[in-house]
Design a protein around this ligand. Structure first.
Ligand SMILES: NC(=O)c1ccc[n+]([C@@H]2O[C@H](COP(=O)([O-])OP(=O)(O)OC[C@H]3O[C@@H](n4cnc5c(N)ncnc54)[C@H](O)[C@@H]3O)[C@@H](O)[C@H]2O)c1
Length: 454
């Protein structure tokens, strides 16, 4: 690095750090979804001027008129953020005015279960023309190790007109911007840990980038965990989610064995969880759901192939977890069979569409696969979920259904509990139904011959 380049890079870093400490640094958050919007509100709470970017103008319009589209974010929070200098826009030219830009866009899989980085690429291309020296760019979207350096940075460097480069310790030629990766670790619906108490892992491209990203996040998180590179931070997030995915697959497999052996798996897990060390409980269910656990492991197994490496644990866990919705449908068929009824022509009420209890998130929910499979096998399916008055069409489903009131339950041949929302009165549901198939142990403590666990 030339002396002039080093001096200018150091001056930029010092300048940005001072603005972060004074809370005058302008923070741009790209993607006003489940991750980006709460993050924007956290920065706003700490008095930073915040601008949310989203290509979805309905979200921008909602935020601009003080409305919330996420169940657990009340409109009062949006209103108080707006009073403190929070705004939303679809206009990327305003990125030039930001001191730090945090990217929280989706990272789904394509139809072949391969990483779809199109949202990160589109964001990088949209920001690049407006980049300026001294800005800090942080990627938060979950992705495979190497994305920040192999995908994000080249697009940012190529797309700007001022020959800006990402700050590296040994090879800066001129004016630089700073880059880091920091994974989002939120657990929607989990109120046991405050968001600011979740330690924030940060991996900068160089020390200055790491320090700046750490300083920015320290304003809203209580603990920063620096790692040596963006790739180490990217891998950290995948390790966490793969650990969950594999352990859920393990208990799902053991549940199927326990059903055959006449043992209650939930009783077993509760007993094992009393061990004060070396055991962390995971619970079986109707299949994986949400944007993370069913998706993220495949980011790593895809990348592993580039290194001639088969990530076998990930593939096996995927196989078991993907089978679970079909196991549920087969279990409903067996339960009906016991009552001398066929699946074909039966009337079934599915309770809960959300991928987990008490959230308004439908992404990758096993309920969708279960409903489609039941319909394919000739069932007249109804659903109830207080979080979804209707369900229409998504990337992988096309249902067009309306929420059925939770009454006259005896009319259904079976009530199938897919999501164990807290508001349901399970005792009443069991009392009024002919047959209840329970995928979540939601009916624990209720004694009835009508209940079938699966
Ligand atoms: N939801 C979670 O609980 C969670 C937890 C940890 C990590 N993550 C990760 O965080 C990332 C974001 O997830 P999410 O749940 O917030 O997704 P989301 O779908 O709720 O929100 C993403 C937002 O990005 C917007 N967007 C897409 N392309 C854009 C572009 N080019 N420019 C501007 N905005 C754009 C979308 O319109 C949407 O509003 C993903 O990588 C996900 O894996 C999510």
């Amino acid at each position: 690095m030339s002396t002039a380049a080093r001096v200018s890079s150091e001056a930029n870093a010092k300048d940005l750090r001072a603005r972060i400490e004074a809370r005058t640094a302008k923070v741009g958050i790209v993607g006003m979804g489940y991750v980006g919007l709460p993050l924007a509100l956290l920065f706003s709470e700490r008095e930073f001027p915040v601008l949310g970017f989203d290509i979805d103008t309905s979200k921008v319009n909602a935020l601009s008129s003080g409305k919330s589209y996420i169940y657990r974010i009340p409109e009062t929070e949006i209103a108080s953020a707006r009073e403190k200098n929070f705004a939303a826009t679809a206009d990327y030219s305003r990125a030039a005015d930001m001191d730090a830009i945090i990217i929280c866009v989706p990272t789904p899989l394509n139809e072949y279960r391969e990483p779809d980085l199109s949202y990160i690429e589109a964001t990088a291309k949209a920001i690049a023309p407006h980049l300026r020296a001294g800005q800090l760019i942080i990627l938060e979207s979950t992705t495979y190790p190497g994305t920040t350096e192999e995908v994000l940075i080249p697009l940012l460097e190529k797309g700007n007109d001022f020959e800006l480069t990402a700050a590296r310790d040994h090879a800066n030629s001129g004016k630089v911007f700073f880059v880091a990766f920091s994974p989002e670790r939120e657990d929607p619906g989990n109120d046991t840990v405050a968001r600011r108490d979740i330690p924030k892992v940060v991996g900068g491209l160089n020390q200055a980038s790491s320090d700046l990203a750490g300083a920015l996040y320290r304003s809203i998180f209580n603990r920063i965990v620096p790692v040596s590179s963006p790739a180490a931070a990217e891998m950290t997030k995948l390790l966490e989610n793969i650990y969950r995915c594999i352990n859920i697959a393990l208990v799902n497999e053991l549940k199927m064995l326990c059903l055959r052996m006449g043992i209650n798996i939930w009783e077993v897990i509760d007993a094992a969880a009393t061990k004060p060390f070396g055991f962390h409980p995971f619970y079986p269910g109707p299949g994986l759901g949400g944007h993370c656990i069913p998706v993220d492991p495949y980011y790593l197994s895809w990348k592993a192939k580039e290194f001639d490496f088969q990530a076998k644990f990930i593939e096996l866990a995927g196989e078991i977890n993907t089978f679970m919705p079909y196991h549920v449908v087969n279990s409903v068929a067996s339960a009906l069979n016991t009552n001398r009824k066929a699946l074909n022509g039966s009337k079934i009420l599915v309770l809960g569409l959300a991928y987990k209890k008490d959230v308004d998130d439908l992404r990758e929910s096993p309920a969708l696969t279960i409903i489609e499979e039941l319909q394919r096998r000739g069932v007249q399916v109804f659903y109830n979920d207080p979080y979804f008055p209707t369900v229409g069409r998504g990337r992988k489903y096309n249902l067009h259904m309306t929420c059925t009131p939770l009454e006259n339950l005896a009319q259904y041949d079976c009530v199938l509990i897919v999501t164990d929302h807290s508001d349901y009165d399970y005792k009443r549901i069991v009392n009024e139904s002919q047959l209840v198939v329970d995928t979540r142990n939601a009916t624990r403590g209720i004694q009835s011959e009508k209940i079938v666990h699966c």
